[in-house]
Design a protein around this ligand. Structure first.
Ligand SMILES: Nc1nc2c(ncn2[C@@H]2O[C@H](COP(=O)(O)OP(=O)(O)OP(=O)(O)O)[C@@H](O)[C@H]2O)c(=O)[nH]1
Ligand SMILES: [Mg+2]
Length: 413
């Protein structure tokens, strides 16, 4: 991944994808209680919260990132979010313009599947009552798989002929086909290993190809479920059904995207004190020492809505969940922050500016220092790399939290 990670928001029409995008970014994508509000994809920058290296050295007050921000050792690192049009059953065959919409997802690194757990919209996003959202979890993953499988099967005959003629490896042949999805040979390798598929590609029957594609989707598009609209009074039933079927708690997060949009707006207007993802918020009545200088809310309807958000979202679920959803999606990619500095003793970039840890990128844990160098420095020749305190770091060393995650690149041959 040679760029900021790209997280795609997928789901059926009206599940809340655009609202989720707005809740995590400063975007104002159009939202609406009718299907296909979004046709063209919306892209916006969200911020992933990670522990910043400044806290390790007690330099929180000097931390001023070039991109994103840092508050008391909590760093907000940019990630790209992509909100696409809603998918409907049959999308892989072009239903509801599904092929075009699926194509928009090609370059996503991970997906957040926004599931409407209110039960108030059917599989096509139309208003209904008592819909069982468990179905959405199942068909949507299938659509993505069949889209990729369909693209592959159209050409399978000629793919196999070329593979045999060239005496290619399965990884090379598949990577040729999957590069359009932003895949790499490493992804294809992991996809085959995950299902222990070692037989020659020309002997694969249809069920084997399906298994391979399904493994590829899991590798290339790791997905978490955002069980959205938890503020809705009827959401318990769908939540129960889905969490019973998918008991792995790493797979899903409970969200109320609309509540996060609402709270961020009130905070911007200085009616409440709220930081994105917090487990509570403060109104002027609660701010007894007037620490935050908040405006008083007099509008009865607004007060009522605030109470509802507290009761239905914060008391029951702890937070609006949207920040957790982004963190869970990033977790599937196993990303860690790596800080590049010019001076490994002061962590500054210049002698005239004492701010620290200006630059940070997210890379996969276990990446070799050499690839981090290429990602950040491109073709500029690097003589050697130093870590904290000027210790030499080999380009074949790997990065992980607290290990080789603060680096200085010395230019030269
Ligand atoms: N109650 C509740 N409603 C929500 C929530 N999130 C979104 N909605 C509402 O659901 C409807 C659809 O939201 P959108 O964000 O436009 O949905 P979408 O998935 O982008 O829809 P398409 O672009 O048509 O695919 C709107 O009326 C939103 O206000 C939520 O957390 N709770
Ligand atoms: Mg939309």
């Amino acid at each position: 991944m040679g760029r900021d990670p790209l997280i795609g928001l997928v789901g059926k029409p009206s599940s809340g994808k655009s609202t989720m995008l707005n809740s995590l970014t400063d975007a104002s994508a159009q939202t609406g209680a009718f299907p296909f509000t979004t046709i063209d994809p919306n892209k916006a920058t969200g911020y992933l919260q990670v522990d910043c290296a400044c806290a390790r050295f007690g330099k929180e007050k000097l931390c001023e990132p070039n991109y994103g921000s840092c508050r008391n050792g909590k760093r907000f690192v940019p990630v790209m979010l992509l909100d696409v049009a809603g998918l409907v059953p049959g999308a892989h065959e072009g239903r509801g313009l599904g092929n075009k919409f699926l194509d928009d997802l090609r370059h996503a690194d991970a997906l957040i599947h926004v599931v409407d757990v209110s039960g108030s919209t059917d599989a096509e996003g139309k208003a209904t009552d008592g819909y069982d959202a468990l179905q959405d979890v199942e068909w949507l993953q299938g659509e993505i798989m069949r889209w990729i499988e369909g693209n592959l099967m159209q050409k399978w005959g000629s793919i196999v002929r070329r593979h045999v003629n060239r005496k290619a490896t399965a990884v090379d042949t598949l990577q040729d086909q999957f590069s359009g999805y932003g895949s790499t040979s490493a992804v294809v390798q992991r996809c085959l290993k995950r299902i222990e598929l070692n037989s020659p590609l020309e002997t694969w029957d249809h069920p084997t190809i399906e298994r391979m594609v399904s493994s590829f989707v899991e590798e290339k598009f790791p997905t978490i479920l955002a069980l959205n609209k938890i503020d809705h009074p009827d959401s318990d039933r769908c939540i129960y059904r889905i969490t019973k079927t998918y008991p792995d708690p790493n797979k899903y997060v409970f969200t109320s995207a609309i509540s996060e949009v609402f709270l961020r707006r009130l905070a911007r207007q200085n009616f409440i004190h709220y930081e994105e993802g917090d487990d509570d918020f403060i109104t002027s009545e609660e701010d007894v020492d007037n620490k935050y200088g908040l405006k008083q809310i007099t509008d009865e309807r607004l007060l009522g809505r605030i109470e509802t958000v507290r009761d239905m979202v914060f008391y029951r679920w702890g937070s609006t969940g949207v920040v957790k959803a982004l963190q869970a999606a990033a977790k599937t990619l196993d990303l860690i922050p790596v800080f590049s500095v010019r001076n490994v003793t002061t962590f500054t970039n210049s002698t005239t500016d004492d701010s620290v840890f200006k630059d940070c990128v997210l890379v996969k844990r276990g990446t070799q220092v050499g690839s981090v160098v290429r990602r950040i420095m491109g073709d500029i020749p690097i003589a050697f790399v130093e870590g904290v305190g000027g210790v030499r770091v080999s380009k074949s060393d790997t990065v992980s939290e607290n290990k080789n995650d603060i680096l200085c690149f010395k230019i030269g041959h």
